[in-house]
Design a protein around this ligand. Structure first.
Ligand code: ARG
Length: 263
C-alpha cells in the first residue's frame, strides 16, 4: 500500500525533503506544524445545510479518503484513493459512509458498499494527472447531491473556495474525527507552475491561502464554491507539497475538465 510520492525525483534533485503522502499512508513528517490545516470545525447546523454530501471512504472501517455525493448513488473521489487497491479489495473492504460529521459516531450515518467504480483511464500515478474516480454505491442516498461545476471559466482566479474533510490538521498528523473546512483562494495554473513545474496541467486547479490547506486524509473530497447554500464542486483534493507550506498551493483535480456525472 505504498503511494509513490509525487515529484519524488524532482524533489530529490532540488534537495527538498520528501514530504508527500496520501491516503492510508502518512509519511509527511517534516515541516511546520500548523493547525484540514487551519480552518474551522463544521457545526451541526452547518453540516445539515452545507456539508451533508461529503462522504468518508473507509478501508476496514477506517477513514482514508473523502468523496462527494454527486448523484443519489454516485461518489466523486480521487483516482489515487482507489488506484492502489485491487478491485476485489475495493468491493470487499472499502465502504462509503454518508450522513455523519463525526468519524466516531454512527448517528445518522449510512454505510454503503461499492457496487462498481471507474478510475479515469488517463490517471498517471507518477504525475497525479487525471486524479479522478467515481464510485457507484450499492444503494441510493436521500441526501441532496452536490452540484458539479461544468463551466471551464470558473472558478475565477482569486475566487474564494472551500475545502472540507476529515484529514489531518497538521502535516504528518492523523485523520481528524470531526469534519473541518477552510477557505482557500484560487491560484492561476501559470502561477502554480512556479511552485510545481510541469505536473500542473489544464486539469489542475490550485488554491492557496497562507497557513491553511487540505492535508492527508482529505484527498478525494471536494473543493467547492458556495452560493447561498448551494455547494458546487470545482475540484477534488489531490496533492501538495506537505500541507500549508508557504508558497505551495494545494493541487486539486479541476472537475470542469472532466465529465464526472457521466463517468
Ligand atoms: N494526497 C493527500 C491525500 O491523499 C492530499 C494532500 C493534499 N495536500 C495539500 N497540501 N493540499 O489525502
Amino acid at each position: 500500500m505504498s503511494k509513490r510520492p509525487i515529484f519524488f525525483a524532482s524533489l530529490l534533485l532540488t534537495g527538498w525533503p520528501i514530504m508527500f503522502g496520501c491516503g492510508l499512508q502518512n509519511d509527511a513528517t517534516q515541516g511546520s506544524k500548523l493547525d484540514i490545516v487551519g480552518g474551522n470545525t463544521v457545526t451541526a447546523s452547518q453540516y445539515t445545510t452545507l456539508f451533508k454530501s461529503i462522504a468518508s471512504l473507509r478501508y476496514g472501517g477506517s477513514h482514508f479518503c473523502g468523496g462527494t455525493l454527486i448523484a443519489s448513488n454516485k461518489i466523486l473521489t480521487a483516482a489515487h484513493c482507489l488506484a492502489d487497491f485491487s478491485s476485489s479489495t475495493i468491493k470487499n473492504s472499502v465502504t462509503v459512509t454518508l450522513g455523519s460529521s463525526s468519524l466516531s459516531s454512527s448517528t445518522g450515518a449510512t454505510t454503503y458498499k461499492v457496487s462498481s467504480y471507474k478510475i479515469d483511464p488517463r490517471y498517471n500515478a507518477n504525475t497525479s494527472q487525471f486524479d479522478m474516480a467515481v464510485i457507484t454505491i450499492n444503494g441510493t442516498s436521500t441526501i441532496t447531491p452536490a452540484k458539479v461545476n461544468v463551466d471551464t471559466a470558473l472558478p475565477a482566479v482569486g475566487a474564494k473556495t472551500y475545502v472540507a474533510g476529515w484529514g489531518s490538521t497538521r502535516e504528518g498528523g492523523n485523520v481528524n474525527s470531526a469534519l473541518k473546512y477552510t477557505s482557500v483562494a484560487v491560484v492561476a495554473n501559470k502561477e502554480c507552475t512556479i511552485a510545481y513545474g510541469s505536473d500542473i496541467y489544464a486539469g489542475s486547479l490550485c488554491a492557496y491561502t497562507k497557513a491553511t490547506d487540505s492535508c492527508q486524509g482529505d484527498s478525494g473530497g471536494p473543493l467547492y464554491s458556495l452560493s447561498a447554500t448551494t455547494m458546487t464542486v470545482v475540484g477534488v483534493v489531490s496533492w501538495g507539497y506537505g500541507c500549508a507550506q508557504a508558497g505551495y498551493p494545494g493541487v486539486y483535480t479541476r472537475v470542469s475538465e472532466f465529465t464526472p456525472l457521466t463517468f
